[in-house]
Design a protein around this ligand. Structure first.
Ligand code: ADP
Ligand code: MG
Length: 541
């Protein structure tokens, strides 16, 4: 047509396009997320402008329609958003004048080759990802409040064209002429599954045309963005089942908005049931990261591995939408979010631990995982220690380290522990005799990790933690509670026993650990305790 105007892309755009197509995303399907995000943004912006200019309010429901056409090999996305004027089309889709992208071009020039792909993710260049799957892109748009429409078109090489067009109402149609190797994205089922994966919680309804009918493709509600007062218990539970792939009810629901140095909304759940493979399965936290409602990844490790039983969503405005996975790890905002979320979960557990009965259920499901925090997280070690629960030689049910310390004998110096495979069996161990006779409590530990973490924790409230099967145990300062028997003189017997057992044991000593039994095995001070030795033997070492 005569009105067709041809424009060169800025030099930077050409370079950018090339980079985007070849290096922006590891998975091409991301183009759909970017275009859906733009459409949702455009609808949000139109609603925002309509607050002051009511005439701009879209008529009817604001819906994003996606129409694949296999015969024509096109994919069309139509949104009733704010739209773009001729100048805006040229500016937003034809230049990289926006501050972010200029900085991007600069960083790109300076970054070493290996870092370039991850740099790209930081900047708002999502629209160009359409060229990963399309050989030609046409954008027909009418700005809300304006009468005329324009069509922008490009093959993603050196230039684009602008021409007058017509559109009944304000909004934007993006027509992708798909590359021959991208026809998979014309399959409605494929499109639906991509949307479910990446954009399920975009707040505008999205439909995908299938057999001439528009089928809803997303849930359409970002539940976590609603005020608590508008969410029913069942609403929370349903969402929990969706994110946790679970059937039970959450034991705890944490829903809050953080404001300050870092802003985000979090909706987290602690399951009411122990999933299969809770301990043996993968160790990474799968809490989902969203940026402005859009799903980004569930691999951002938003919580440490020892809180991996927590499920849910964190949604923030403080990250760019197309931040890459590599980039995520280095983003200071994410580090702040992690810290805040971890602390919040810990403080929730602390509060809930006050209700011993309710906490016992949690502990039996996830205690063994929480304990890993002591082993591997120096920063949170003491806090996690406060959340631990144990079986004990002195009390029924579960007890904490703090409760243990409060029951310690005045002369008692250490927190005594006995680790093994089974708490009930441990309770009958002769190792406990001397402690029982003096009324000294011993914690009975029977989780896999119990042979390991006490050494890392070392002490609690200033009291050293000691395995009773290791090293000399001095109970002489603590009086026997019952009648004291006559202490035998063993000075003649001990050397004989040592001689007889040479090669099997390194030392034979008198001990006040025993009352009724004659002998008991003990590990050397400084070496592994008996349970640890057992585990090492089992592991074939
Ligand atoms: P970003 O979304 O991060 O700004 P994009 O490359 O995805 O970067 O989009 C560039 C710009 O193009 C957007 O900021 C917006 O102004 C405009 N735009 C893209 N898609 C649409 C749309 N469907 N409706 C209105 N404006 C759009
Ligand atoms: Mg975008």
């Amino acid at each position: 047509s005569e009105a067709l105007e041809r424009h060169e892309f800025g030099a930077e755009v050409g370079r950018l396009l090339d980079l985007v197509v070849h290096a922006l995303y590891s998975e091409r399907e991301i183009f759909l997320r970017e275009l859906v995000a733009n459409a949702a943004d455009a609808v949000d912006r139109r609603r925002f402008e309509a607050l002051t200019t009511p005439a701009l309010m879209p008529e009817g429901e604001a819906r994003l329609r996606i129409v694949p056409d296999k015969a024509a090999r096109t994919l069309t996305l139509s949104d009733p958003g704010i739209g773009m004027s001729k100048a805006e089309l040229a500016q937003h889709l034809g230049t990289i004048a926006r501050s972010g992208t200029l900085a991007f071009a600069k960083s790109l020039a300076e970054a070493p080759a290996a870092e370039k792909p991850s740099l790209i993710g930081q900047f708002g260049v999502g629209f160009y990802s359409a060229f990963m799957v399309a050989e030609r892109v046409e954008v027909t748009s009418r700005r809300a409040g304006e009468e005329e429409a324009w069509v922008w078109a490009s093959e993603g090489r050196g230039d684009y064209t602008l021409a007058p067009a017509s559109r009944d109402a304000a909004g934007t149609d993006i027509v992708l002429h798909m590359k021959a190797d991208a026809e998979e994205f014309l399959d409605p089922w494929r499109l639906q599954s991509i949307i479910r994966k990446w954009a399920d919680h975009i707040t505008i309804p999205i439909t995908v045309a299938r057999d001439g009918k528009d089928e809803p493709a997303n849930e359409g509600t970002a539940l976590w963005r609603k005020p608590k007062s508008e969410i029913s218990e069942e609403g929370y539970a349903e969402f929990y089942r969706h994110v946790a792939h679970s059937f039970d009810k959450p034991w705890a629901t944490l829903h809050w908005r953080a404001e300050g140095t870092v802003e985000f909304t979090a909706l987290l759940f602690i399951p009411g049931m122990k999933p299969f493979q809770a301990v043996e399965g993968e160790r990474e936290s799968r809490v989902r990261l969203h940026v402005r409602r859009m799903f980004i990844t569930d691999e951002a490790a938003l919580l440490p591995p020892w809180l991996r039983f927590v499920h849910g969503v964190v949604d923030t405005e403080d990250l760019p939408l197309n931040v890459s996975r590599e980039m995520l790890q280095a983003t200071p905002a994410l580090a702040r979010i992690r810290k805040a979320v971890t602390n919040r979960v810990l403080s929730e557990l602390k509060t809930r631990a006050k209700d011993a009965e309710a906490y016992a259920g949690f502990w039996e499901n996830f205690g063994a995982i929480l304990k890993e925090g002591i082993w591997e997280d120096a920063e949170h070690r003491q806090e996690v220690a406060g959340l631990l629960r144990f079986r004990s030689s002195a009390v029924e049910g579960w007890t904490s380290l703090a409760e243990y310390v409060s029951r310690m004998k005045p002369e008692q110096e250490a927190i005594h522990i006995l680790a093994g495979d089974d708490a009930a069996a441990l309770a009958k161990s002769p190792q406990l005799e001397g402690f029982r006779a003096r009324g000294v409590e011993v914690l009975l530990l029977s989780d896999q990790l119990d042979a390991f973490w006490p050494e890392r924790l070392d002490s609690f409230e200033g009291k050293p933690i000691r395995s009773i099967t290791q090293g000399p145990v001095d109970l002489s300062k603590i009086p026997l509670e019952g009648e004291a028997g006559e202490a035998a003189d063993l000075s003649a017997l001990l050397p004989k026993l040592k001689e007889a057992l040479a090669g099997d044991v390194t030392e034979v000593q008198a001990t006040d650990r025993l009352v009724d039994s004659a002998v008991v095995l003990s590990a050397e001070a400084g070496g592994p305790d008996l349970q640890m030795q057992r585990l090492l033997r089992r592991a074939g070492r």
